[in-house]
Design a protein around this ligand. Sequence first.
Ligand SMILES: Cc1cc2nc3c(=O)[nH]c(=O)nc-3n(C[C@H](O)[C@H](O)[C@H](O)COP(=O)(O)OP(=O)(O)OC[C@H]3O[C@@H](n4cnc5c(N)ncnc54)[C@H](O)[C@@H]3O)c2cc1C
Length: 325
Amino acid sequence: MHGKEIWVLAEIRNGVPSRATGQLLNAARTLSDEKGLSALAVVVGGSLESAQQLTPLVDKVLWIDDPGLATYSSAAFLDALGQLTESRGKPVAILTGTSATGLELMPRLAARTGGGYLSACVALQWEGEELVARRPVYGGKVYEEVAIEVEPAVLTVRPGTFKAASPLDSPGSLEKVGVNLSDSSGMTVVAKESTSSSGQDVTEAARIVAGGRGIGDEAGFKLVEELAEVLDGSVGASRSVVDAGWRSHDEQIGKSGKTVSPELYIACGISGMIHHTLGMNTSKVVVAINTDPDAPIFKCADYGLVADATKAIPELITSLKGVLK
Ligand SMILES: Cc1cc2nc3c(=O)[nH]c(=O)nc-3n(C[C@H](O)[C@H](O)[C@H](O)COP(=O)(O)OP(=O)(O)OC[C@H]3O[C@@H](n4cnc5c(N)ncnc54)[C@H](O)[C@@H]3O)c2cc1C
């Protein structure tokens, strides 16, 4: 049995820990320091090299290594994490990003460990001895604060909620953990295919240029792509354009797509219906370009431009190229 801990379930993408993982390690370190707990990163599968990349950011990294964890499957990852809670003792909390993996795995992990699950948290703090999470409900119209009375608190946190962890004075240690995976899940991953046009997961991007139906057509997205490239960012999309087949679903932002919190979100030709804004309304700076001055997107924009996006974007690109060169 170990002392009380807070775990961050690391997400490894293409061999590299996600941006959200670094941010959650910052949160775990702060919450742990306040209560004399220990913050740990848990890497399931991945490689030794990917686990080692986290040692500058946290005192201890647990690397669960098994050939059955080479490719993500919820059953195998759940089994591995369940065994870790049994061998090591339940932590106070387990945090991961509000990603497709987090949303699939964490409720199951809460059920397996007898913990309490909350998704899409946007703030975490201690109130007395209780960990309190803040999260949007009713389509983001209100926020609720929930005290989690059971252990572990199994939480997904919106990317961008916390700043990235700064390196420690001296790197943490890495412990390799073995598991005996049961092969009774009935699931086998036969192949993994990336559908992302840019290759970068939009939830990881610090800058997003998102396009909606106002962009006109599929070809119009060349401008959105170009602006994203100039800003070293990613392309996002509204559901209308995904439904129209102009963009792939992995770029969709919103209730039935992804939740993002970049430093900069530029919405081009997007009306700003609640289903869309729910996925981006915690972005640090929002810029909206729309021909309709009454478009709802302007209500959540820091900077608004009433203009034809197909004319404004090329001008923006030219100006930015001048400034950023
Ligand atoms: C259960 C449910 C889940 C949903 N999930 C999502 C989701 O995850 N993500 C999502 O995005 N939507 C989602 N929707 C759909 C959502 O309600 C909206 O219908 C959708 O976001 C609208 O997309 P849009 O803004 O691209 O298109 P439109 O609503 O058609 O808006 C186009 C905008 O472009 C502007 N425009 C037109 N021409 C130009 C131009 N030349 N330059 C600049 N602006 C121009 C118009 O003024 C308008 O504001 C969901 C809906 C439901 C019911």
